[in-house]
Design a protein around this ligand. Structure first.
Ligand SMILES: [Cu+2]
Length: 502
């Protein structure tokens, strides 16, 4: 956690005179400040008005990603099977690795049960799961199950670190509905670097509803896991986090999808389900087809939407998920088709075969989700104010203190929280706000009912500068849980608090 002196902000001329923090910034040419066309000095002095207007390290004008050339077939992570045939027991090891990500270069990485990223864990609702977590790194780590409704002691927050060489078995029952969740480390002040170097994996929950729905389900064929992460490789092909780290969120120019650079996804002319995870430290993605054609979204972070929602684009801030279905049999042309980002950069080209696959009709009714009248009319009982920039980020005027409990809530009791992203004099930035150990409902954004594609279970929500969002939230289990900004550098800089559920 940063113990830096707060900057004295002089309004006249927007001069920032600070500590001056340049000791924490690298002069490497591929530093994000340079990529934003700001000199290292310029970041603190004489920023032009347009930069100021959109908020310091604005995420609106970050460096574009290099287009995927589509030369490498997308890596599909293995599904992790149980260690035992008579029970659901798994082993997950955090370890170091070496991968030839770039041509002719070997990158030092971190991974779960492998060199980079992790396998996909598949749980069924109702199962009791045992996971043997093993830390084979030379540093502390934790195993956090993002979006999973588990007791605080199994959640893998910063209080439950494993030292190098340490093992721990955790156990929990899966009580929530079908969803695409993920897991990653959460050690205090070290999350950004460990995720950046490759520690992340997906969790699928299936239930009786997902089993009966007509949706694409063939893993790796028409049900595709997609972990999007932007990175900066140095000239030796390494992920030198300390050299490129940005206090306001580390943004890269090179996209990895499931750890693959320049990926291409082969598909047949059929409906294909893409399970999108924004696994970046800080970059927001707006996914769309380069033809502008539509697709349907079927799921949010924590479950299915009530019905497929037709969209032309879907935006995900760090750690948010969405499941979408693209019907490749219905598109006008399948030549040069790709998933692109808002600025047009090619994220994932599709190699569409001429083969027509069996056509499937997506179920029109997917789920039974609702914000009740009672929840809509409940008074706000917890207020969260997000504020700040760089290392001076805070929640309700405070930085994270592992010894301080910020809120308490009773197990199984729904409350309405209001989360406010307070603008700073430079406009502020979007903070993706995440709460551990539960899924919540969005009641309103600035008093207005959320859009159809947000009417589903969420564990992370993008809060825009100046926006006030109400959520209805309850915890099924007891324990201490984190709530924090999921720009990982903001989290590491203390934009995090704790709630104790009793
Ligand atoms: Cu933030």
């Amino acid at each position: 956690m940063s113990k830096k002196i707060q900057p004295i902000i002089l309004l006249t001329g927007f001069l920032l005179v600070s500590g001056c923090n340049n000791d924490t910034q690298s002069n490497e040419p591929n530093n994000q400040h340079m990529m934003n066309q700001q000199s290292n000095e310029g970041n603190h002095h004489m920023m032009d008005d347009s930069t100021m207007e959109h908020g310091h390290m604005s995420h609106d004008n970050v460096v574009s990603l290099k287009d995927s050339t589509g030369v490498n077939e997308l890596n599909i992570p293995p599904l992790l099977t149980s260690d035992a045939t008579d029970r659901t027991e798994y082993t997950i090891k955090a370890q170091t690795g070496k991968v030839d990500i770039l041509d002719g270069m070997t990158t030092e990485t971190l991974g779960y049960n492998g060199d980079l990223l992790g396998p996909v864990l598949q749980f069924k609702k109702g199962e009791t799961i045992k996971i043997n977590t093993i830390n084979e790194l030379d540093q502390e780590t934790t195993f956090h199950w993002h979006g999973l409704e588990v007791p605080g002691e199994a959640d893998g927050g910063p209080h439950t670190t494993l030292s190098p060489g340490e093992k721990e078995q955790i156990e929990f029952k899966v009580t929530q509905e079908a969803a695409t969740l993920w897991f990653h480390p959460h050690p205090e002040g070290k999350t950004s670097e460990q995720v950046y170097k490759g520690l992340a994996g997906l969790i699928y929950i299936e239930d009786s509803n997902s089993a009966k729905l007509e949706i694409p389900k063939e893993y790796g064929k028409n049900d595709i896991p997609l972990v999007f992460q932007d990175r900066i490789f140095d000239e030796q092909g390494q992920l030198d986090y300390k050299a490129v780290m940005n206090e306001d969120g580390t943004i890269g120019d090179t996209l990895l999808v499931n750890g693959t650079v320049n990926p291409v996804l082969p598909v047949e002319k059929e409906q294909v389900r893409l399970r999108l995870l924004n696994g970046s430290n800080a970059r927001n993605f707006t996914f769309k087809l380069n033809t502008g054609e539509s697709f349907v979204q079927i799921a949010t972070d924590g479950g299915f939407l009530n019905e497929p929602v037709t969209l032309n684009e879907v935006t995900l801030t760090p750690s948010e998920r969405a499941e979408i279905i693209i019907d490749f049999s219905q598109l006008n042309s399948t030549n040069d088709l790709s998933l692109i980002n808002e600025d047009g950069s090619i994220l994932l080209p599709f190699d569409v075969s001429n083969q027509e696959a069996d056509s499937l009709k997506t179920s029109e009714k997917l789920n039974d989700f609702a914000v009740t009248d009672e929840e809509e009319n409940m008074p706000v009982t917890k207020n969260i104010e997000l504020f700040g920039m760089m290392e001076h980020v805070e929640i309700n005027g405070k930085k994270f203190d592992p010894e301080r409990i910020d809120f308490t809530q009773e197990q199984g009791v729904t409350e309405v929280w209001e989360i406010y992203n307070k603008k700073d004099m430079m406009g502020g930035m979007i903070h993706p706000f995440h709460i551990h150990g539960t899924q919540f409902k969005i009641v309103s954004r600035d008093g207005v009912e959320p859009k159809e594609y947000e009417q589903g279970w969420k564990d992370t929500i993008a809060i825009h500068p100046g926006e006030k969002v109400k959520i209805a939230i309850q915890f099924k289990h007891k324990g201490v849980y984190m709530f924090h900004c999921h720009i990982l550098e903001h989290e590491d800089n203390g934009m995090m608090g704790q709630i104790e559920v009793k």
